[in-house]
Design a protein around this ligand. Structure first.
Ligand code: NDP
Length: 418
């Protein structure tokens, strides 16, 4: 039973309430809260008033999350995002540092007995306060913790990149299938209003026929920063700039064009003697060809000055995201057909929207935007790009993948989405 059913009066079936997009709809007498079988002059109960889409659900109806790995992203963005969610609450923390976890738990109202270590993580199976596990660990640890969480009967939201190789992605997908639990990869930009607006404009062909997407995403890694140390370590990161930040350009190109690349070419570069790049790649410049003929060219790097731009050019206009993947300060400029518009909405918590989507996918059993297959597709494409870079030859990527849910239609309207 979907969770929302709990509030329905017995005389009204769920069929009466659910609209095409899963939105609550009431019609006729049911909308007035009347018991259809009762005489009109008798006192009758009324259904609970419908909650506005931004109103949080009562605490007891929210799904409980365990956040695994209390690093920069978890503490800088994710634990705070729960305050902006409608359907989720933070109920557990998993960390290798008990003292830090206790401090965070006290700050966010997580009970001491909701703190787990990596060693006793499997005990979450007996904790009914946890329905969903959010994996925010270094990349190569995603697969094992995802599989352990699924085996413990929990749904999993896993940070990008899904894993560091295809076999791990496939093990994660299989574990979700076996456990009959949902798996989502945390592609926050697919829930971000500027990106959603762009997707919808492109689906409406507002730039005419698309010709090219370009993107450059880079920053300079700092070997003194613990969060960059594992990123420069092949065993923990799996790969370098492409898997960490180039993935945003790849994923955006796919959801903006709404097709899958059929061929990739690439070149790799690292400055000789730069000790940061003994194990992982630095600059990756790559091209992709989509079936309709749309082209992509772009680059990513761990030695650039901060760079974060995506551009889409069509026969009748162009759009530029600059910056394109910020947590709170996106900007989208659209030019063409006699117009020049800049869209920059007030900050919105894209992590909260992503978390709420996953909760809704679980309670209402709707397809997950950015499911495990989506994460696998990016990992396969990134490995193909790196192979093209190493060999200097084009690599065919025409293996027939199609996404289950297009975010442009599957993610409901929200603040700022045009
Ligand atoms: P951090 O290094 O800041 O945090 C990682 C945390 O993982 C650590 O603090 C630690 O938590 C835990 N951990 C467990 N084992 C290890 C280990 N062997 N080495 C290092 N850390 C370990 O990384 P980030 O928070 O920046 O990134 C975490 C994940 O989130 C990555 O997969 C990254 O790709 C993704 N990410 C996604 C972003 C997005 O916008 N969607 C943005 C940034 C990152 P503890 O001390 O609690 O045990």
């Amino acid at each position: 039973m979907a969770q929302d059913d709990a509030e329905l009066p017995r005389s009204v079936t769920r069929r009466t309430f659910v609209g095409a997009a899963g939105a609550s709809l009431l019609t006729g007498a049911a909308a007035m809260g009347q018991d259809l079988a009762a005489p009109p002059n008798r006192a009758v109960g009324r259904p609970q008033p419908q909650l506005g889409s931004s109103d949080p659900l009562p605490e007891e109806r929210k799904l409980g999350f365990a956040v695994v790995g209390l690093g920069k992203l978890a503490l800088g963005e994710i634990v705070d995002a729960f305050a902006a969610t409608r359907r989720a609450r933070l109920t557990a923390l998993v960390s290798g540092n008990r003292e830090k976890a206790s401090r965070v738990a006290a700050q966010y109202g997580v009970p001491e007995n909701g703190i787990y270590s990596y060693d006793d993580f499997d005990r979450i199976a007996e904790d009914p306060r946890i329905q969903i596990v959010y994996i925010v660990l270094p990349n190569s640890l995603h697969a094992d913790f995802t599989i352990r969480a699924l085996r413990a009967g929990k749904h999993v939201l896993c940070e990008k990149p899904m894993a560091t190789n295809v076999a791990d992605c496939e093990r994660m997908i299989e574990a979700a299938r076996t456990a009959n639990r949902k798996l989502m990869i945390a592609y926050r930009c697919q829930f971000e209003p500027h990106n959603l607006t762009a997707m919808r404009m492109l689906r409406r062909r507002e730039l005419g026929d698309l010709r090219i997407v370009s993107a450059d995403i880079g920053r300079s890694t700092n070997p003194d920063d613990p969060a960059d140390q594992w990123r420069l370590d092949r065993e923990l990161a799996g790969s370098g700039s492409l898997f960490d930040i180039g993935i945003y350009a790849l994923n955006a190109a796919r959801f903006l064009v709404n097709e899958e690349p059929v061929e990739v070419r690439a070149q790799l570069f690292a400055a000789p003697g730069d000790v940061r790049f003994r194990e992982v790649e630095d600059v990756v410049a790559w091209q992709m060809r989509f079936p309709s003929g749309v082209l992509f060219h772009g680059s990513t790097s761990y030695s650039y000055a901060f760079t974060n731009t995506i551009q889409v050019i069509g026969t009748e206009g162009l759009m530029t995201f600059d910056p394109s993947m910020e947590y709170h300060a996106q900007r989208l400029r659209v030019r063409g057909r006699g117009q020049d518009r800049v869209m920059q909405w007030s900050p919105i918590d894209q992590f909260a929207r992503e978390i709420d989507h996953f909760c809704m996918a679980i309670t209402d059993n709707i397809p997950v935007v950015a499911d495990g297959e989506e994460g696998l597709q990016d990992v396969r494409l990134m490995l193909a790009i790196l192979e093209a870079g190493r060999t200097g030859r084009p690599v065919s990527t025409d293996w027939g993948y199609r996404r289950t849910a297009d975010p442009a239609t599957a993610v409901p309207d929200g603040q700022g989405v045009a």
